[in-house]
Design a protein. Sequence first.
Length: 104
Amino acid sequence: MSDQMQLPVQKGSSVVMSSVMVDMKKPFMRVTNRWEYFERFLPWWKQYIRYRLYALGFAVVGIATIFSVPIFGILCLGAAAYYWEMHKLRKMRLESKRTVIIGH
C-alpha cells in the first residue's frame, strides 16, 4: 500500500566560494623585533585601561548620586555602561587568538 506521505524536497542554498577578510590593513607586514610588533598595539592597550577606569569611575559616581541627584546618577550609570562596552571591544582586539610569527 502506498499511503506513505512524501515530504517535499527542499533545495538548499547554493555553495558560494568566499574568502576571509583580515582585520589588519597589512596582515603580512614584516616585523623585525618584538617591540615593533608591540608598539602597534600600545594605543589599543592604553584605551583598554582608560575605558575601564572611566567605566568604574562613572559607576561609582552614578551609584553615589542616584538618590541625591537622580538625573545625574542615571546619566553616570549610562556613561559607565557605554565605557564598559568600549572596554570589552578593546579587550577583544587585544586578546586575538591569531598565531603570530615574528621574524623573517
